[in-house]
Structures are given as C-alpha cells and as structure tokens.
Design a protein around this ligand. Sequence first.
Ligand code: PGA
Length: 252
Amino acid sequence: MRRKLLLGNWKMNKTVSESREFAKEIKPLAKEARSHKIDIGVCVPYLDLEPVKKILKNSMIVGAENVHYLESGAYTGEVSIPMLKDINISLSLVGHSERRQYDNETNEKCNAKILALLKNDMVPVYCVGESLETFEANKTKEFVKEQIIVGLKDVDKEDVKKLVIAYEPIWSIGTGKNASKEIAEDVCKFIRKILRELYDTKTANKVRILYGGSVKPNNIKDYLSEKDVDGALVGGASLKVDSFTELLRNIE
Ligand code: PGA
C-alpha cells in the first residue's frame, strides 16, 4: 500500500517571518495527517527552510524547491546537498516546470540531481509534464516518457522506490485549468507502466506518483480517488492555512 502524500510548493512566496507564522499554524495538522496515514509537508524557499524546519521538526516533511547536483564549488547563487543536509532537509523538488522554463533545467540536469540526492539518502520529487502545445498535439505520453527515461538514467531498483514522481501538466499550473481526473490517472498510470518496463511490477508499485496543477480543496478528492494517483503537489492552494487544512481534510 502506498501512503498518500500531500506536498505544498510555496514557490517564491513567504518571507521568513511569514513562513514562521504559517509553520506554527499548520503544525497541529501533522498529527491529524499521521492518524489518517497521510504524509504531509511543504517545499519552501531556501531562506525559509531552517526556520520552518525548526518549528515543524520531524512532524512534517520540509523540503527544498531545488538543489545543485555538485557538493560545492564556484556556482554563484546555488545551494548544495550538504548545505541542506546540515539543516536536516531530506527532500527536494527536481525539474519543476518553472525551473525547466526559466532556468534551463534539462532532463540530463534533473538526472544528475536525482542521482546526487539518492546517493545522499534524500528524496527527489521529480516533476514531469507537458506544455499545452504538446498536449494538444496528443504527444503527452511520448514527451513524459522521455522525461522519465532520461531523468531516471542509472537510478537502480532499490533507489527508485524512494523517489516520488509528480505529473504536472504545464497548462494546468497556476491557471485554474486543471486536468480532469481521467487525464491525471491516464498519465500517472502510463508513468507506472514505464517504471514497470524499466524495473519490474513490484518496484513500479512502490513508487508514489502525484498529480499537480490547480489542485484545490474542491477537486483534490477526485484526483486521489484514482488508482495511480498517490497524492498531490499543490502551489497556490497551499499558501493559506485554511485551504492547506482543507486540502488535507478532504483526503482523510
Ligand atoms: P498550482 O501549482 O497548484 O498553483 O497550479 C502547482 C505546482 O506548480 O506545483
């Protein structure tokens, strides 16, 4: 049985003071989530990581939104895995579509990050998903397949079970134009099929696959009722305590 996972993605939102306030308010949700066997957490900007982690401790997942694949060096503006580990952060998003779009994050770069995170016993949440153009050309599956194959190159069977994949069609992110639950299930199921081909059925059945893109309290349950959708990666609706709480309550 795969545990459900609800993961907020703050993107470039919340100052340190705002993040502290928010963390204090959502902390009680951790117990609630645990009693329903749901993993819950937030991926936050670098500056917010340490203050939020100090408040939430191990009650909830506190993850980074990005990380560099090298340990150290002359890479101005970057943050490394040892820096995250030093403040007990053990999860990072990889290849979010906004980073692919604005920061030239390629599948190859994502692969380097995934390998480095796994080597350090950290959890990569690998984001994949197609543009509107690709969707309309009916090429979603071949596009996502390439992202998975290149992104998971050299990831072995034991490690891949620790990884989380997030299917986020770009046309549904922040647009309010969410993919139907049928589309989400169709692609998540397809991703599991690729994992089966790359590894085996048992392994593929262990990997958690999330849907992301305009997930709101009023539609999260629909997605989570699909067989291959194990959770949600949520941007906008994770930014307010009320709606983050509702997201959780609606999948309990
Ligand atoms: P959204 O963002 O929920 O605001 O559409 C999702 C994401 O980008 O992870």
